[in-house]
Design a protein around this ligand. Structure first.
Ligand SMILES: Nc1nc2c(c(=O)[nH]1)N[C@H]1C(S)=C(S)[C@@H](COP(=O)(O)O)O[C@H]1N2
Ligand SMILES: [Mo]
Length: 280
């Protein structure tokens, strides 16, 4: 029996119970179409480890379990957005992300813009971990990327920085209509340009930002991150649930609070009722 079976029985039982109770609603919980009130209530129940509980029971520096190569799932599925809509992102894919840059700013001394090449020469970490989605699926995969703390060391957070916010390329304002696919792409680009915070976003506190397993991953199982898993760069925050692992990273910003950022709850799914601290 693998260690995963022993250590995560309560969580699996919980997820199975959620699944049994809410069936289809649970299945599509990460689809933006599903917004079942009942399911959200379960997510908000005490079964999820909140920030205080995590600190109390495990310590904020405790490590998520790491696995061995043999544990890696034959394939790592994709979930949520599989390809951001828009000519902007399409253009980046076509140029193999040569023109993509990660902006890092907000409450920092030295804002930065990093290309994929810049990131690939920075110190890296490889970790084999289990991804847990609230839909009730898990998968073990190997991730390689830059520990976020190296980037923070370069930009130097100001003393009042409390949270790191991650902005993604995928628009979450659903107003695709009968227009042609090309018109929809242009429309989506225009919406994102006019409302930069209408995209998927996530956040974490400084404890998680400096945690050594918090990495900005560019490789999945030893190969460049596929588009469906968040190319060119996605977050791994191993001690929290799947929706916290923002894909298609475009911008990182440090803030003192979430006031004025979209719904004010620190993430796309959080604004729709999920817990901000999705501890596992
Ligand atoms: N930008 C972005 N990040 C995202 C999502 C998304 O829809 N858009 N979905 C989240 C959810 S719910 C999960 S489970 C994981 C899925 O990652 P994967 O597609 O690599 O399996 O990404 C998370 N990060
Ligand atoms: Mo998820």
């Amino acid at each position: 029996m693998k260690p995963i079976e022993q250590n995560n029985a309560p969580r699996r039982h919980f997820l199975r119970a959620v699944f049994a109770a809410f069936g289809a609603a649970a299945l599509s919980a990460c689809d933006r179409l599903s917004n079942s009130k009942a399911f959200v209530d379960v997510l908000q129940s005490t079964q999820y480890l909140n920030r205080g509980a995590h600190k109390l029971f495990a310590g904020r520096k405790a490590m998520a379990q790491e696995f061995i190569e043999a544990d890696i799932a034959p394939s790592f599925r994709s979930n949520g957005t599989l390809m951001p809509v828009g000519k902007l992102y399409e253009g980046m894919v076509n140029s193999n992300f040569a023109n993509w840059k990660l902006e890092v700013g907000g409450l920092v001394e030295t804002p930065l813009a990093l290309s994929l090449a810049d990131l690939r020469v920075m110190p890296s970490r490889t970790q084999i971990t289990r991804h847990d989605c609230v839909e009730g699926w898990s998968a073990i995969a190997k991730w390689t990327g830059v520990p976020l703390h190296h980037i923070l060391d370069q930009v130097k957070p100001l003393p009042n920085a409390q949270y790191v916010v991650f902005r993604c390329a995928d628009a979450m304002d659903d107003d695709e209509d009968e227009a042609s696919p090309d018109e929809n792409k242009e429309k989506t680009d225009a919406v994102v340009a006019a409302k930069p915070d209408s995209t998927y976003y996530e956040s974490m506190d400084m404890d998680d930002a400096y945690h050594i397993q918090t990495i900005l991953a560019y490789d999945l199982n030893g190969k460049p991150l596929p588009v469906s898993n968040g190319a060119p760069l996605r977050l791994r925050i191993e001690r929290q649930l799947g929706y916290k692992h923002a894909k298609y990273l475009m911008k990182i910003e440090l803030f003192e609070s979430f006031d004025g950022i979209r719904g004010g709850k620190g993430g796309y799914w959080e604004d729709n009722g999920y817990e901000w601290y999705g501890g596992i």
